[in-house]
Design a protein around this ligand. Structure first.
Ligand SMILES: [Ca+2]
Ligand SMILES: [Ca+2]
Length: 130
């Protein structure tokens, strides 16, 4: 037993576990997660005699120590000229006419009244003057 103290209740009992153990029978080892070995915001989960890291977005590896190269999945849309991998993230460099983290959002250029005349039509990735 890894219990420091057990109290007998009616029909049951409650154990206070020693450091590093948890569970009603103090049979769950939390030692590995005690000093969270998961990096970059990863969450540590105990498993039987071991642990697993649930990594935050953008990270991978047994201890979330590995940056995911998101650029390999070509996340940038609409002709974004290039993707730069960052630690835990990535950046799309948009061509003009698009915005947003993956350059998927069309800019409504007509808001800034770019046409000499009264008539501007926003188009996907551009705009037209009439
Ligand atoms: Ca990355
Ligand atoms: Ca547009």
């Amino acid at each position: 037993m890894n219990a420091a103290a057990c109290v007998n209740n009616e029909g049951s009992f409650t154990c206070t576990c020693v450091n590093g153990w948890e569970g009603s029978l103090c049979d769950q080892d939390v030692g590995e997660c005690q000093y969270n070995p998961c990096q970059n915001g990863g969450k540590c989960l105990t498993t039987i005699n071991s642990y697993a890291c649930i990594c935050a977005y953008g990270w991978d590896g047994a201890h979330c120590e590995q940056d995911i190269n998101e650029c390999l999945t070509r996340p940038c849309s609409n002709g974004a000229s290039s993707c730069t991998n960052l630690q835990g993230s990535f950046i799309c460099h948009s061509k003009s006419g698009w915005e947003g983290p993956t350059c998927a959002i069309d800019i409504d250029e007509c808001i800034n009244n770019p046409c000499e005349g009264p008539s501007c039509t926003n188009t996907q990735g551009s705009f037209e003057c009439h």
